[in-house]
Design a protein around this ligand. Structure first.
Ligand SMILES: [Zn+2]
Length: 273
């Protein structure tokens, strides 16, 4: 099943698929191990900065090779694409899904850029995700909340033909300075008024009961990034603080396991919602 179909099915059934970012071999193997153990499908996300870090062709080959090895139903997705050339190149090189994030531009510009990518992706039949509204990025203020409006979302989806839509409904990227409150009614309204499959960004640190209501009310894809990085690095710091081991092959697996545990817990929450 391609991701477009999977998310449509989620929308119909009130279910969601977890989307995890990976940064290196260790975090990719961690998220796939968790999915395999849970017999779950999974979306594997690369941001533009992770592509810069890994190299595009290395990132793709590593992902494809591990997907085969782990035999997990999974899809490779470009997270927060803003460079039009990189988005098109990712599509050409076989990504299963891309996000075009022009949410900080004007509505007209956002529509034009998103539509351009939807058209480009058409012959590949892959999933295209757009964003409408202001989901604070790392380092941006979380207090300036501008929620996505249902009528605008409907208009945006109709104008662009986008398959999936990231919406601003009270979540933010990075860690929260205070416990977030998701606008569940708003999620419900946007879900009912548009054909798009809704996406929740900034899944790290949202209380579990809110994640569950968000899914029941139409969120079909839940993004998780910050907590993965954090669990890996915290464990690494802890292990290195206790010994002088220089064999990274003995140290890294402990950090990888911390990420496996985290993702397992999230999969259990989301899959049995
Ligand atoms: Zn995001």
């Amino acid at each position: 099943m391609n991701l477009k179909e999977k998310l449509k099915q989620n929308k119909k059934n009130g279910q969601a698929t977890l989307a995890t970012n990976f940064y290196n071999f260790e975090t990719l193997s961690a998220v796939l191990t968790a999915a395999k153990n849970e017999n779950s499908s999974l979306i594997l996300q690369l941001s533009e900065s992770s592509i810069k870090y890994l190299g595009l062709s290395t990132a793709i080959s590593m992902c494809r090779s591990l997907q085969k090895e782990y035999e997990v139903e999974s899809w490779l997705h470009l997270d927060h694409g803003s460079d039009m050339n990189l988005i098109k190149k990712s599509i050409d090189l076989g990504f299963d899904s891309v996000m075009i994030d022009a949410s900080e531009k004007s509505m007209d510009e956002n529509i034009a850029l998103t539509k351009e990518i939807v058209r480009y992706a058409e012959s590949y039949n892959i999933n295209v995700e757009g964003e409408l509204g202001y989901v604070a990025k790392l380092g941006q203020s979380q207090s300036q909340l501008v929620f996505t409006q249902p009528e605008e979302a409907k208009y945006f989806v109709e104008m662009t033909g986008v398959d999936a839509l990231a919406v601003a409904v009270g979540s933010a990227h990075g860690f929260y300075s205070q416990t977030p409150t998701l606008q569940i009614d708003l999620i419900n309204k946007i879900n009912k008024i548009t054909d798009a499959s809704l996406v929740l960004h900034g899944g790290s640190g949202i209380p579990h009961d809110q994640i569950l209501s968000a899914i029941q009310n139409g969120m079909t894809k839940i993004n998780l990034a910050t907590e993965i990085k954090n669990s890996f690095m915290l464990k690494l710091r802890e292990v290195l603080g206790h010994n002088n081991e220089i064999d990274l092959r003995k140290v890294f697996p402990k950090a990888t396991n911390a990420a496996v545990e985290l993702v397992t817990e999230k999969l259990q929450l989301i899959n049995y919602s």
